[in-house]
Design a protein around this ligand. Structure first.
Ligand code: HEC
Length: 256
């Protein structure tokens, strides 16, 4: 048993390392407190269908599930549905996967579960990753799309929100490699804005918080209910333990 636990721990440790080594900067913390804010989630849903759903699907998600975010069927139809007119439909895209592969070199992955699948031991949650990823695009003319990203170096996806964030270039520092003094390594230094977007930095961060909050919600729409139910069950168990214990001592009172 001890050996199995040890092996499991070791495997986890190694796995965490290999993910962390796959490149990219440290992840910033996603502002978790907005994750249950309905107006923030509604704005996230709007950004998602406007800016992401034309390339990415969310094929485990139905439009009418958005009613959980406090939207009426009418609001969903009017503001959030462009690809279909049936609210019971899944969030799918009409883009041909073969064509997408030709354009971007890779297929845009389905995003329903991305906020869960991209967490990494030692780096953070999937939401931390997304929050960092969507805020660290910069101009790079050596890339086919003209864009690069700090959290996902050499990403195939262009910066689809550049009109909001603006266009930035990245400056890198050259340092001596700590393990080999004959080599140098590059590390990120700072961004420089070359053409501002329609949003200030604060507004953009807030928009990304809403968008990532939505992706976080979509990856497990029942999370809130599950957690509330969990607390309820724990409360019940505590109460029941008390009752069972009291009953037990009452039953045995006269026998002893
Ligand atoms: C023009 C098409 C296009 C649009 C629009 C688009 N993406 Fe992407 N996206 C891609 C492609 C292509 C990839 C695959 C990139 C790769 O693997 O190099 C990708 C990958 C991703 C990934 C996966 C990154 C990873 O670590 O695996 C995430 C997350 C993502 N996109 C989020 C978004 C969000 C959020 C939006 C809306 C703001 C969006 N995308 C809009 C084309 C697009």
């Amino acid at each position: 048993m001890k050996r199995i636990i040890l092996m499991l721990l070791l495997a986890l440790g190694l796995w965490g390392k290999s993910v962390a080594a796959s490149g990219g900067v440290e992840w910033e913390k996603f502002p978790q407190q907005k994750a249950n804010d309905l107006s923030s989630l509604q704005n996230g849903a709007k950004l998602f269908v406007n800016y992401c759903l034309n390339c990415h699907s969310a094929s485990y998600m139905r439009y009418n599930r958005l009613s959980d975010l406090g939207l009426t069927e009418d609001q969903i139809k009017k503001n959030l549905m462009f690809a279909t007119d049936k609210v019971g439909d899944l969030m799918q895209v009409s883009m041909d996967p073969k064509q997408a592969k030709q354009w971007f070199g890779v297929n845009p992955p389905d995003l329903t579960l991305v906020a869960r699948s991209r967490s990494a031991v030692g780096k953070g949650t999937g939401s931390d990753y997304l929050y960092t990823y969507l805020r660290t695009y910069y101009r790079d003319d050596s890339r086919p799309t003209g864009w690069n990203n700090l959290a996902f170096p050499n990403v195939g996806m262009p910066h689809v929100l550049w009109q909001l964030q603006g266009q930035r270039i990245a400056h890198f520092k050259t340092n001596k490699d700590p393990t080999d003094s004959t080599k140098t390594v590059q590390s990120f230094d700072r961004f420089e804005m070359i053409a501002p977007g329609s949003m200030s930095e604060k507004e953009y961060d807030s928009a990304i918080t809403d968008l990532v909050g939505f992706l976080h919600w979509m990856s497990e729409p029942m999370r809130q209910q599950r957690q509330t139910l969990g607390l309820f069950v724990l409360g019940f168990l505590a109460l029941f333990t008390l009752i069972a214990w009291r009953l037990n001592s009452i039953y045995w009172k006269d026998i002893k």
